[in-house]
Design a protein around this ligand. Structure first.
Ligand code: PGA
Length: 250
């Protein structure tokens, strides 16, 4: 039985004050949704604050990105070992904003995935098609290509401790959610692809949905057999809304 997982991707939002308040709200409500695993993903600079506020709670945390390199002359980058200093459980790799705004290719994302695993950070690999790709009918081909880049580097065992987030780019931050049926279809496709290589591993791997998920549509999405949780952007910035999404997964 896969445990539901609800992750809050805060993106480039928040301040020390707003984060303290948000975390207090999440902490207060976490016991009520204990059946669901919760984690938050602040900007790098707030990881210390988040660790301080959450270390005695059941809520986990992670970073939104990492460098593919271990250390050295990479001005402005953050190494995985630095994330370990803040006891991150997870790191998001290949978010569509990283891919489209910052030029991260499938190969770069795969190397980041490998770097994270090598040091014991659990990667959350984001995949998903653009609107144009969906309209062209190549959704599955795109998602398969994004996952294949990781398989080529890490093999199927690379997914043993990893999480996959299916995030249709056209649904991110747009208020336009994939229907539960549309999302389930892609989630089932991803699981089936992995099952061709290792069916036991595929049945265990956690596949999140992301893209304008909120309390109002969470129950329907989370009821789907292959949707194991959500990667939540906008709706994770309010404790009540974030917890209501988790509640829908209980
Ligand atoms: P959204 O973002 O929930 O604001 O659409 C999701 C994501 O980008 O992870």
């Amino acid at each position: 039985m896969r445990r539901k997982f609800v992750a809050g991707n805060w993106k480039m939002n928040g301040s020390a004050n707003s984060i303290r308040e948000l975390l207090q709200g999440i902490r207060e409500g976490a016991a009520e949704v204990a059946a669901v695993e919760l984690a938050v993903f602040p900007s790098f600079v707030y990881l210390g604050l988040v660790e301080q506020q959450l270390s005695d709670s059941s809520v986990g945390w992670g970073a939104q990105n990492l460098s593919e390199h271990a250390s050295g002359a990479h001005t402005g980058e953050v190494a995985g070992s630095m994330l370990q200093d803040f006891h991150c459980d997870y790191v998001i790799v290949g978010h569509s904003e990283r891919r489209t705004l910052y030029g991260e290719t499938d190969e770069i994302v795969a190397r980041k995935f490998a770097t994270a695993r090598k040091i014991g950070l659990k990667p959350i690999l984001c995949v998903g098609e653009t609107l144009q790709e969906r309209e062209q009918g190549v959704t599955e081909a795109v998602v398969e290509r994004q996952i294949k880049a990781v398989l080529d580097l890490e093999g199927i065992s690379g997914f043993a401790d990893a999480v996959i987030a299916y995030e249709p780019v056209w649904a991110i931050g747009t208020g336009r959610t994939a229907t539960a049926g549309q999302a389930q279809e892609v989630h089932a496709f991803i699981r089936a692809k992995l099952a061709q290589l290792d069916s036991a591993l595929a049945s265990q791997v956690c596949i999140l949905y992301g893209g304008s998920m909120k309390a109002a549509n969470a129950a329907e999405l989370l009821a789907m057999p292959d949707i194991d949780g959500g990667l939540i952007g906008g709706a994770s910035l309010e404790a009540k809304e974030f917890l209501a999404i988790a509640k829908a997964g209980c």
